[in-house]
Design a protein around this ligand. Sequence first.
Ligand code: DP6
Length: 325
Amino acid sequence: MKATAKAHTNIALIKYWGKRDEALILPTNSSLSLTLDGFCTTTTVDFRADLTKDRFMLDDQPVEGEAYRRVTKFLDLVRQLAGKENLFADIHSKNDVPTAAGFASSASGFAALAAAGTKAIGLDLGNQELSRLTRQGSGSACRSIFGGFAEWEMGSETDGSDSFAVPVAPAEHWDIRVAAVVLSSTMKKVSSRAGMKRTVETSPFYSGWIDTIPQDLNEIKQAIHAKDFDKTGSIAEANCLKMHATTLAANPPFTYWHDTTIRVMQTVQEMRENGIPAYFTIDAGPNVKVLYLPENEKNIETKLRSIPGVSDVILSKPGQGISYI
Ligand code: DP6
């Protein structure tokens, strides 16, 4: 009872930032992302009758602690769904996410685990069902089931039955590019899970964030369908700034930004003033992702690499959804 699946990470253009139910991972807002081809996780799950607990190897290293607990907890859901509560698995994962690229591997990781785990145990789930299940491993992962642009519809049911991602446009729809700008210095990290919780509970700006999401989502979907780069980029950049503004008003306040983060943001804005279309977005960390069009790739890469404090720039195209190997 063995299966292997591959999934790519995604970058949110309209961010998921806040939960209404922490156990089921139900969000307070819908979100929209682009799946990226440059960053993926390949996972093999092998359910074996001779095992008395799950074993999890990541990049050939045994994993224990919190990361192990999240994986087995997620496989419990898979076992429950299949009615095979006493069957344990050997899990082997390989991350092709360049180290420190600032992409949480949890999105590609849980998407690949859900796909491989369900197939290995004999379940035959459609993508919608798979996305709903994946959501319970890590919220943003539910969007990585699909390639290209995907929207995670927040839903309204308390059991989470209507909270899953749906495709918006496939990877082939539009060759928009993303440069991951990696900074050389790191800083103490507030995880996205802890950061969004603190923000929901304490930030007076949080209601403003929620109020403006429906409009951002509507407009960005129109812009994506019309392949309107300036509109797509400016909505994504403004949405990212709004998300980060909520953290500044949290109690205690915090920010994911760094001096170099701001330098990259300013460089992107200067590029625009000089006629090179580029926009940024930032997740729960100091690294910046820059959206651009293929014809400007060389120019943009050179500019980004010349910023003091930038250690690497990794370029990516739109990527595909989950696949089985
Ligand atoms: C800022 O999906 O990592 O990247 O559901 O608690 O696992 P959990 O959180 P996670 O949060 C991602 C937050 C974000 C925005 C986004 O990807 O939409």
